[in-house]
Design a protein around this ligand. Structure first.
Ligand SMILES: C[S@@+](CC[C@H](N)C(=O)[O-])C[C@H]1O[C@@H](n2cnc3c(N)ncnc32)[C@H](O)[C@@H]1O
Length: 276
């Protein structure tokens, strides 16, 4: 599911717990951040808000609603491009990311743009914020598909949201897990079971250590987990591949994008006042 690794890796599908996922993904993003920003930075835009490789922007989609005057948390904020968009639209964003190097890129873009986004080092499963601190929480291919303990991450999102606040997040479309992560024709042949939740793991061939982890849940799993935490699902957006869009990003390509969904964006309303 990932992009080319900076070191030789072998791919496995096997169980990985939250601690190991976190130990792997923070350093992995540190190692990969420079190349990621060099490759995708221009496309993302220093203060741009893209929901995924199909190029759907928040300007077009309006999934967060009006952010002006609102406290907005971005989980897995990377270099803070989306949060900077929030700031430019009158919101008060805060970013959170597991990778120090990604946060250094965030500071670099703060300086370059003159739009500073407060960003903290942390994990989605233990947010360092008070209860009911935010009007909206979002994640654009950020942390949620990288955590093993999604129950904890959604519980944390519910905790820091004000009553009926909005949670919006984009992830790799769950149906993609059946297909090889290949932008070409080989990526069109279903090869593994959609219902196999065994994580995707990359092991560093030099060190033998787990270097990268992604976790899969089916669409039903996501709905069940959201409702368990009191969220109401408002929309599930599956961006279509736009006419004339030729950019390939990892396994996302025009060839596949015209036939099968690549991104799922969940829009949910948080628990109301007095909800358990
Ligand atoms: C694909 S990037 C997306 C960031 C940004 N939206 C972008 O498009 O560049 C995923 C980000 O999630 C972060 N991440 C991974 N696991 C995390 C976790 N458990 N908690 C917080 N952030 C995490 C990574 O460090 C990385 O910066």
């Amino acid at each position: 599911m990932t992009e080319p690794s900076p070191f030789p890796v072998r791919v496995e599908r096997r169980a990985v717990d939250e601690a190991e996922s976190r130990r792997a993904n923070g350093p992995d993003w540190d190692a990969y951040a420079d190349e990621y920003q060099a490759t995708h930075g221009d496309y993302l835009g220093d203060a741009g808000f893209l929901w995924g490789p199909e190029g759907l922007t928040e300007d077009e989609a309006g999934l967060l609603g009006d952010v002006a005057g609102r406290d907005v948390l971005e989980v897995g904020s990377g270099a803070g491009q989306c949060s900077r968009w929030v700031a430019e639209h009158g919101g008060r964003p805060v970013g959170l990311d597991l990778s120090e190097r990604q946060l250094q890129h965030s500071r670099r873009l703060d300086d370059a743009t003159g739009v500073a986004v407060p960003a903290v080092l942390g994990t989605a499963t233990a947010l360092p914020f008070a209860d009911a601190a935010f009007d909206a929480v979002f994640c654009a291919f950020g942390a949620l598909q990288f955590v093993a303990d999604l129950d904890a991450a959604l519980g944390e999102a519910a905790r820091v949201l004000r009553p009926e606040g909005r949670l919006v997040f984009s992830i790799t479309h769950p149906t993609r897990w059946s297909f090889p992560d290949d932008p070409g024709p080989d990526g069109l042949r279903a090869a593994t079971s959609y219902w196999d939740r065994t994580p995707y793991v990359e092991v560093n061939d030099d060190t033998g250590r787990v270097a990268y982890v992604e976790h899969h849940r089916t669409l039903g799993d996501w709905v069940r987990l959201l409702t368990r935490h009191g969220f109401v699902l408002v929309d599930l957006v599956e961006p279509e591949w736009p006419e004339g869009h030729e950019r390939t990003w990892g396994g996302w390509s025009r060839l596949r994008g015209r036939l099968i969904p690549g991104t799922a964006i969940f829009v949910a309303r948080g628990p109301g006042r007095g909800s358990a």
